[in-house]
Design a protein around this ligand. Structure first.
Ligand code: FAD
Ligand code: NAP
Length: 310
C-alpha cells in the first residue's frame, strides 16, 4: 500500500498548483499530473493584470512557472503526463497515464475548460492580437476602441455589457435571430446605448493589418451579403467545453459537462474534489480557480484526517 498517494491532483493550472501548494505544506506529498498544457490556460496569454499581488501585471507563463516552483519547494511531485483513464468506483482511486497505474486516497480534479472558438482562418495566430475568448481578461486592452462580440447566450450578453463600459462601441453578432440568453440579460444589452445587435450575421474571416485584427468579414445570412465590419477586437463568447471526459462515467456533471460540486469542492464521490474551471461555468478566472484549489486541498486534508482517525 505504500505506493498509494495521499493526494493526487490532475492539472497544473492555477487550481491544481494552488491545491498542490496547500497539500504539500500540509505534508501530504501531492503528485500532480500536468497534462498537455503545463501551467494551464494562462500560458496561452501574455499580460495578466487582475491577479492580485502584481501591481504592474505579470506574464501568464511566468506566473504559472512561479506557482510550479512554489509547489515543488514544499514537496510536490509533478508528472508531465496525461491521465487517460480513471476508476473511481472504489478506494483507493485508480488513474492511468501512459499505461501506468497510479493509486490515490484522494483526488483533486482541476483539468480546466476550453473556450470554444469559431475556427476562423489564422485564428490561433491572432489570439491576443484582436481575437479573444475572455472579455474580463482582455477587455481593458480595448479601452476606447471598437469591439465585437459573437454569441447569443448569457456569456455574450454579459461580455457585451462589460465591454460597453470600456469600449467606444460594442456590436453583438449572432447567427440566429433568436437568443439563448435569459430575457433579463438580453434586455439589458438591448437597452444599452453603446451596444448594437446584428442578426442573423456570421463572422467568416478577419481583416488583418500588421498582424493585428482591424476588421471582420461578416455575412448577413438573411440577405446573403458579405461585408467588411471595422472593429479592433472580436470576443468569441460561444461556450466552453469542460475537460471532464476522463471522469464522466463516475462524476455527476451538468448538461455541458461541468463537474457538479456541493459544499465547496466536493463531488458526488467522497474523497474526490473538483476545483477551477472544470466545475465553474460562472466565473472562470485565475483567482477563483486558485481559491477553489485551496478549498479542495484543505477539504482533502480534512477527509484524510477523518479516515485515519476512524
Ligand atoms: P486550466 O488553467 O485550464 O488548467 C487545466 C490543466 O489541466 C492544464 O494543466 C492541463 O494540461 C491539465 N489537464 C487537462 N486534462 C488533463 C488530463 N486528462 N490529464 C492531466 N492533466 C490534464 N483569467 C484571469 O483571471 N485573468 C486573465 O487575465 C486571464 N486571461 C486569460 C487569457 C486567455 C487567453 C485564456 C484562455 C484564459 C484567461 N483567463 C484569465 C482564464 C484563466 O486562464 C482560467 O480561468 C484558469 O486558467 C482556470 O484554471 P484551472 O486551473 O481551472 O484550469
Ligand atoms: P450558451 O448558452 O451555450 O450559448 C452559446 C451561444 O453561442 C449560443 O447563442 C450559440 O448559438 C452560439 N454559438 C455556439 N457555437 C457557435 C458557432 N460556432 N458560431 C456562432 N455562434 C455559436 O453558452 P454561454 O453563453 O457561455 O452560457 C453557458 C451557461 O452559463 C448558460 O447556462 C448560461 O445561462 C450561463 N451563464 C449565466 C450568466 C448569468 O446569468 N449572468 C452569465 C454567463 C453564463 P445558438 O443559440 O444558435 O446555438
Amino acid at each position: 500500500m505504500s505506493d498509494v498517494k495521499k493526494v493526487t491532483i490532475v492539472g497544473t493550472g492555477p487550481a491544481g498548483l494552488t491545491a498542490a501548494i496547500y497539500a504539500a505544506r500540509a505534508q501530504l506529498a501531492p503528485v500532480v499530473f500536468a497534462g498537455l498544457q503545463h501551467g494551464g490556460q494562462l500560458t496561452t496569454t501574455t499580460e495578466i493584470e487582475n491577479f492580485p499581488g502584481f501591481e504592474h501585471g505579470i506574464d501568464g507563463t511566468k506566473l504559472m512557472m512561479d506557482m510550479t516552483a512554489q509547489a515543488e519547494r514544499f514537496g510536490t511531485t509533478i508528472i508531465y503526463d496525461t491521465i487517460t483513464k480513471a476508476d473511481l468506483s472504489a478506494r483507493p482511486f485508480k488513474l492511468w497515464a501512459s499505461e501506468k497505474e497510479f493509486e490515490t486516497e484522494t483526488l483533486i480534479i482541476s483539468t480546466g475548460a476550453a473556450a470554444k472558438t469559431l475556427g476562423l482562418p489564422n485564428e490561433s495566430k491572432l489570439m491576443g492580437r484582436g481575437l479573444s475568448t475572455c472579455a474580463t481578461c482582455d477587455g481593458f486592452f480595448f479601452k476606447g476602441k471598437k469591439v465585437t462580440v459573437v454569441g447569443g447566450g448569457d456569456t455574450a450578453m454579459e461580455d457585451a455589457l462589460y465591454l460597453a463600459n470600456l469600449a467606444s462601441e460594442v456590436v453583438i453578432m449572432h447567427r440566429r435571430d433568436e437568443f439563448k440568453a435569459s430575457p433579463i440579460m438580453l434586455s439589458r444589452a438591448e437597452k444599452h446605448p453603446n451596444i448594437e445587435f446584428r442578426v442573423p450575421h456570421v463572422v467568416e474571416d478577419t481583416i488583418v493589418n500588421d498582424g493585428e485584427v482591424v476588421g471582420l468579414k461578416v455575412r448577413d445570412t438573411k440577405t446573403g451579403e458579405l461585408y467588411d465590419h471595422e472593429t479592433d477586437a472580436l470576443f468569441m463568447a460561444i461556450g466552453h467545453t469542460p475537460n471532464s471526459e476522463v471522469f464522466k462515467d463516475f462524476l455527476e456533471t451538468d448538461d455541458a459537462g461541468y463537474v457538479k460540486v456541493k459544499n465547496f469542492t466536493e463531488t458526488n464521490i467522497k474523497g474526490v474534489y473538483a476545483a477551477g474551471d472544470i466545475s465553474d461555468p460562472n466565473f472562470r478566472q485565475a483567482i477563483t480557480a486558485a481559491g477553489m484549489g485551496c478549498q479542495a486541498a484543505i477539504q482533502a486534508q480534512r477527509y484524510i484526517e477523518e479516515q485515519h482517525d476512524a
